[in-house]
Structures are given as structure tokens and as C-alpha cells.
Ligand binder design. Structure first.
Ligand SMILES: [Zn+2]
Length: 250
């Protein structure tokens, strides 16, 4: 930058409008439009969970408007009018977005995503955690926060579009994969596939929670690809009644 001239305080032309050619304001609208559309698309690729507290729209608005609203307050080169133009453009894109989402189901699904079914009758559905972009330990953490002790309590679990978990419990819970105490604190006893069992055991897959009775002999792998198993448990914290291993399998 060339040496700058000293500024004249309260130069109304510079403060309110700036000294740029009129076409520059169209450029600002174009820039804001492009930036905000890119921002919305990028936000869609973020983990849903990271956005649990704010909806994607609110988050986008906060980022896009934050700088536009803030910069003209202290950058002398940025007149208020240019900042306002950014604000108006972002809000307009936002209104257009909301209108499109309400108008067009395909657009809504593409932008907001679909709810993901994570659990069906005590089993984590294959690939569902990847689809919902959360790890198994994050998922178990969310379940514990909702008071779930073991997967056999669950009829269905969905990751909703807003990143919240919705749970539907079985009227009569089955013994399943225990998630308390958290495995990070207390690693449960593990059986590996290929190991020999001396007696019949009912085990839950460490990966998906599928319950299967294994007779004497070698433990097979789970259909989900997991090779480690834990004891099933009805009441891992010992709050309620003890339940014997069931022989019925899944
Ligand atoms: Zn499995």
C-alpha cells in the first residue's frame, strides 16, 4: 500500500458511502451472495453434532453477519453503506433459502439432510453411524446422557436433522450391550471371535450390539465385521433386578 494520507475525522462521504464507483456496490452484493452460498454449503458438510446448539441457519447467519456487521465499525476504509449492503444481501439469501426449503422437498432434503435411523431393536444399523457422522463412543455418550444403560433398552434411535438424538424404548427391555460404566473408565470383559467357549454364552457384539447365543466351541465373527464381544447385560449398574442370560438368542 502506498503511504496513506491522514484521514479527516467525520468525513461523511467516506464514513457513510465511501468513494468507490457505483458499480462497486453491485460487486459487494455479488461477493456477499457468493460467500454466503459457499458458507451454507460448507456448513452442511460439518458434523451435525457440532451444530446441535445452533441450527445450521443460525450458525450461518452468525458467521456471515458477524464480520459484515463488525468490520465497518472499526475499519476506516469500510463505509457503513458497504457493510449494510452485505447484511441485506445475506438476509436476502437467507429468505430465499427458507422459501426454497419450504417450497421444494428435494431441495430441503439435499440441504437439511434426512434423519438417520441408528438403532433397530437394540442393534446399531450397519453404516448408520458413518451416515450420521458420529463415532460409536460419541453415540454411546449421547445415549448415556439420555439415561440409557444398555442397547437392549432401545426399540429405535434416530439422529434427527438438527443433530439431536430421539429415542424410543422397548416396553420390555432385553439384555444387550452395556454402555455403562463408560468403556473409557472400565473396559468390559472381552471375548474374541475364534476363541473357544467351554459353555453356552449369550454375547453382544462390541460393534453393533447384536446379541447371539454361542454354544460350546469357537466364537464366530459378527455380521457387522466386529470380532470382539461382551457379556450381555440387563442392568449394568445393578439398579434393578438381575437377569439371567437368555438362551433364545436374537
Ligand atoms: Zn456386530
Amino acid at each position: 500500500m502506498a503511504a496513506e494520507q491522514p484521514i479527516t475525522p467525520f468525513d461523511w462521504q467516506r464514513l457513510l458511502i465511501g468513494e468507490d464507483p457505483f458499480g462497486f456496490y453491485f460487486e459487494i452484493i455479488f461477493r456477499s451472495f457468493v460467500m454466503y452460498v459457499i458458507l451454507l454449503i460448507l456448513l452442511r458438510t460439518l458434523s451435525k453434532r457440532a451444530l446441535t446448539q445452533l441450527s445450521i441457519l443460525e450458525f450461518g447467519i452468525v458467521i456471515a453477519l458477524g464480520s459484515a456487521a463488525g468490520d465497518p465499525t472499526f475499519y476506516k476504509d469500510i463505509p457503513l453503506f458497504q457493510g449494510i449492503l452485505v447484511l441485506v444481501t445475506v438476509i436476502s439469501v437467507q429468505m430465499l433459502y427458507t422459501w426454497l426449503v419450504n417450497k421444494n422437498q428435494t431441495f430441503e432434503n439435499a440441504m437439511e439432510g434426512l434423519p438417520v435411523e441408528l438403532v433397530d431393536n437394540g442393534c446399531i444399523l450397519k453404516g448408520s453411524l458413518d451416515k450420521a457422522r458420529i463415532s460409536q463412543s460419541e453415540f454411546f455418550e449421547l445415549l448415556r446422557i439420555k439415561g440409557i444403560q444398555q442397547l437392549g433398552q432401545l426399540r429405535k434411535a434416530y439422529m434427527e436433522q438438527n443433530g439431536q438424538l430421539s429415542l424410543f424404548l422397548l416396553d420390555e427391555p432385553q439384555p444387550g450391550l452395556a454402555i455403562v460404566p463408560p468403556w473409557e473408565l472400565e473396559e468390559p470383559e472381552t471375548f474374541k471371535s475364534g476363541a473357544q467357549l467351554k459353555e453356552l454364552q449369550t454375547l453382544a457384539c462390541r460393534g453393533c450390539g447384536a446379541v447371539s447365543s454361542v454354544a460350546q466351541g469357537m466364537i464366530p465373527g459378527c455380521h457387522c465385521g466386529e470380532k470382539a464381544f461382551h457379556h450381555i447385560n440387563m442392568d449394568p449398574l445393578g439398579i434393578g433386578q438381575k437377569v439371567q442370560d437368555q438362551e433364545s438368542g436374537q
